[in-house]
Design a protein around this ligand. Structure first.
Ligand SMILES: Nc1ncnc2c1ncn2[C@@H]1O[C@H](COP(=O)(O)OP(=O)(O)OP(=O)(O)O)[C@@H](O)[C@H]1O
Length: 265
């Protein structure tokens, strides 16, 4: 068995040895609180996120999905274990280096669109690069704008755009700097199903047509069906993976997690 084939097993590939992964977690644990309030949110997770693929993360409420994403994106410190973005060990970085790595290598899309209301769509898309003092590659930006399908709306402010269009602007903002990986936390959580489908199609196209790597946390089996693979978490551990998911198969798998007192939302 190759290392990549056992990406979710405990036998993690050596750092730098597995070039097909845009991000990796190795025996990552995250514990919140202490004493009676102690919660093991992640329990020794080892996983690789394949480069140029769309990965969905699913699991019951409280299973550790957001914690995994936050730890892998360097938004939250791990209690134990290592996280790599490309070949860089994120968990070994000091605050300033971590801020730079997040800025240069990672894109984020959240449930709330987090657009600046006074800026146009285009200004929002290029804002992180403007702040970083980097000039967007015009050809790339053009391609992102075409894929996002908002060329005629680039001069509009967020209030003049629909929710789906605003989230597509947020996706384009994440893509503009060609990050190593994009983490999306419930990107369709605030959208109706039609706008959600537009955003998901855009995320999928940016993977297929532009080679972007995306990890998306979702509760929605039909959203997960846009991904190339699904990772299933329960009780802070990855318990299963599914390639080429369909909404029906994901739903069926999620039903298996519905224990008394635990609902798969
Ligand atoms: N800041 C925190 N302090 C204490 N406990 C936390 C904190 N953040 C998360 N937890 C706990 O860690 C566990 C995992 O939470 P997490 O938010 O990662 O789950 P999730 O799968 O994303 O849940 P949901 O689907 O409901 O968003 C839960 O038991 C949660 O209560």
């Amino acid at each position: 068995m190759t290392d990549s084939a056992r990406s979710t097993s405990d036998a993690a590939p050596a750092p730098g040895a597995e070039e097909d992964f845009a991000a990796r977690a190795r025996r990552v644990s995250k514990v919140y609180g202490s004493g009676d309030a102690r919660v093991i949110a992640l329990d020794g997770v080892t996983v690789g996120i394949p480069r140029g693929r769309f990965t969905a993360v699913m699991g019951p409420s409280g299973s550790g999905k957001s914690t995994l994403m936050h730890c892998m994106a360097g938004l939250d410190a791990v209690t134990e274990g290592e996280v790599f973005i490309g070949d860089t060990e994120l968990t070994a970085l000091r605050d300033k280096q971590l801020t730079r790595l997040r800025r240069d290598k990672i894109g984020f899309v959240f449930q709330a669109f987090n657009l600046v209301p006074t800026l146009t769509a285009l200004e929002n898309i290029t804002l992180p690069m403007d702040i970083a003092g980097r000039r967007p590659d015009p050809e790339w930006l053009d391609r992102v704008v075409d894929t996002v399908g908002l060329r005629s709306r680039l001069g509009h402010r967020p209030a003049e755009l629909s929710g789906g269009q605003q989230q597509r602007v947020a996706c384009a903002r994440a893509l503009a700097s060609r990050p190593e990986i994009i983490f999306a936390d419930e990107p369709t959580g605030n959208l109706d199903s039609r706008s959600g489908a537009e955003v998901l199609a855009f995320l999928r196209d940016s993977v297929r047509e532009m080679g972007q790597t995306i990890v998306m946390v979702t509760h929605d089996p039909s959203a997960a069906a846009y991904a190339d693979q699904v990772l299933f978490l329960t009780d802070g551990q990855i318990v299963d993976t599914m390639a080429q998911p369909t909404a029906e198969r994901v739903l069926e798998r999620m039903k298996g997690f519905e224990l008394p007192g635990v609902t798969a939302r």
